[in-house]
Design a protein around this ligand. Structure first.
Ligand SMILES: [Zn+2]
Length: 271
């Protein structure tokens, strides 16, 4: 599943191909994504110039003078920049065709992705309005997490994965950050002290920052036939490693279900 670093890598990959370009049209081969692709999207965007490509949590925001295209990659989506006449595959659902003969193509086998249009400020869209701070932004801090967590009995891992507390920290990065901070995923969020939240906030920045940097080096551009972001797999300490030896102490990694998600941790390194 594309997580925040993959979405950020996608953003930085497609932005230079989009910003300042004019849209010639939109090809919708399959409008039934998580929500229907607006029927009149082609009319809405034709002749309009892209002002910016931003990211909020795991949403890509393509700004036009008269509104914003909101794109979510869902469980399996990816975007590539291709010649507009490149033959589409079976899961190539939407093309944003540019006036330079290229297109940005959305491929999404499982169709949990979304392509939506808003004329309002994108941050006020119902999907985005309730999101907490960006984990790599100034507004995100140990103090913020600590204050939000007071009195909360929810497991700290589920607390981190709740986008109202911090935007876009998925299972992989929550698991890895908790390992680096030495905190067990099942601990009640309200029982984690400020010093531990300091470790945790720093660890979240570290794992996301490293993953973004890695995506940026393994993926030079988004114009190849296989423009899939790298998934940060070699560096994992706990995620997906149940039963394997902890890289630090050798203890077998344990797995437990928290908030319906598999949660891996080292019973010795994490307290
Ligand atoms: Zn360990």
């Amino acid at each position: 599943m594309p997580e925040l670093p993959e979405v950020e890598t996608t953003r930085s990959g497609i932005a230079p191909h989009l910003i300042g370009k004019r849209v010639a049209g939109v090809v919708v081969r399959q409008p039934r994504l998580r929500w229907p692709v607006p029927e009149d999207l082609g009319e809405t965007l034709a002749g309009r110039r892209v002002l910016d490509v931003r990211r909020r949590a795991k949403y890509l925001l393509v700004d036009f003078p008269h509104g914003t295209l909101i794109v979510h990659l869902g469980m399996s989506g990816s975007l590539r920049v291709l010649p507009a006449d490149a033959p589409p595959g079976p899961h190539d659902h939407v093309d944003l065709v540019l006036d330079n003969g290229r297109c940005v193509r959305l491929t999404d086998p499982r169709r949990f992705g979304a392509v939506l249009w808003t004329v309002d400020r994108a941050e006020d869209h119902p999907l985005l309005a309730g999101l907490g701070p960006e984990p790599l932004a100034e507004a995100f801090s140990a103090e913020w997490l600590y204050r939000r967590a007071r009195g909360r009995r929810v497991a700290v891992k589920a607390f981190l994965m709740d986008a109202a507390n911090v935007a876009g920290v998925g299972n992989i990065y929550a698991s890895e950050a908790l390992f680096l901070a030495g905190i067990r995923p099942g601990r009640a969020a309200g029982r984690v002290g400020l010093a531990d939240y300091r470790q945790l906030a720093a660890a979240i920045r570290e794992v996301l920052g490293e993953a973004i940097a890695q995506g940026g080096t393994t993926l030079r551009n988004f114009t190849g036939s296989d423009g899939r972001p790298g998934y940060f797999l070699q560096m994992l300490n706990v995620y997906g490693r149940a039963g394997q030896a902890c890289h630090v102490c050798g203890t077998p990694i344990k797995q437990k279900t928290i908030g319906q998600r598999a949660s891996c941790y080292c019973p010795r390194c994490q307290r």
